[in-house]
Design a protein around this ligand. Sequence first.
Ligand SMILES: CC(=O)N[C@H]1[C@@H](OP(=O)(O)O)O[C@H](CO)[C@@H](O)[C@@H]1O
Length: 409
Amino acid sequence: MSYDEIYSKLKNVGQEQLLDFYDELNDEEKENLLKQIEKIDFSILDLINHQNEEKKKGVITPLKGGLSVADIERNREEYTNVGIDAIRQGKVAALLLAGGQGTRLGSDKPKGMYNIGITKDVYIFEMIVRNLMDVVNQTGTWIPLYVMTSEKNNDDTVKFFKDMNYFGYDKDYVDFFVQEMAPASTFDGKIYLEEKGKVSTSPNGNGGWFISMVKAGLCEKAKKQGVEYINIFAVDNVCQRMADPCFVGAMIKNQYPSAAKVVKKANPEERVGVLCYEDGKPSIVEYYELSDEMRYQKDDQGELAYKDGVILNYLFRIDKLEEIMNNKLNVHIVKKKIPYVNAKGEIVKPEVENGYKFETLVLDMIHMMDDCLAYEVVRNKEFAPIKNKTGVDSVDTARELLKENGVTL
Ligand SMILES: CC(=O)N[C@H]1[C@@H](OP(=O)(O)O)O[C@H](CO)[C@@H](O)[C@@H]1O
């Protein structure tokens, strides 16, 4: 599109500010900016006006029928054998959500590049690959590993894996793909510029993973290789087991279209989403959406009624994902501090929230499934999320848990 076409497009949607510094740019910057603007989905901004029309949740009820740690122990051998068979037949792939940066850890690199070692280097990515290698060794099968990055961290991530020789993984089984971006705007819906020649964008949330995977041709590739199940998981949990044969086997044996690893919530305030039912379908209510009534509600045994905290480790059947991929996912509008170019052309890093980012979330995909198996894991073995540098859910707590589990750092 030419400058004139872009300008009139922007005028129609009241976003001409994106061209405020156009004349100051060199030819290459001009071209890049126009290309970036061309790709923006402006309809997303309409949501700002509708966000007060509360998205009505259905009737929420506690989960029933999940597998507790004891249930799993009773059937561990059988589940594990079913899972190992599926893995050996090439039916299982793992997908790492790694679009985020280590900003909260004080790093401007991809979160997975963060070094949690004490006496030697141990990177988050390395721990994750090591955990997956356990299953490779157990089954004698390389498991395809897809790594979702973002525009911001793709080059660093790919280079790091290469430099580190894929941490011993067979590189033929590792594919990277880039998550899409969404624009960031003021509270009034005006899209920010991040630089004079660059629209402010951020990764579009972890719900975009399947569409991005399809667009990258990786879903086709996976299916051709016979993959039927995808285990997606977050970069921040260094203790989790992925492509875990027992987890895979439990889902297959019990014929679920999806499954989620859960931990019993440590306390009502813990910042994890809870798996429950909404109008009879599986649903996840995020910690910031949970009403106090639900947060403290007890069941007949005196336990929390909503106790199944998701650890962001889900298994999906690919055919079920394809069925729902054209359904519209909810877009969540999140208030954030967004660096921007002010009217004078200076870059401002705000101290307080100054606008919105737009994200879709994987947990909304769970609600589109007919059912989801809650599979309880032992917190001290599998849940050490690294959200902060110190304190709760931090580098410190993860290090302690890793040590407890015999990992030398
Ligand atoms: C949108 C999303 O997937 N949120 C996840 C994710 O939350 P954070 O806000 O990234 O901490 O990780 C939690 C587990 O660490 C999980 O309980 C929650 O549901």
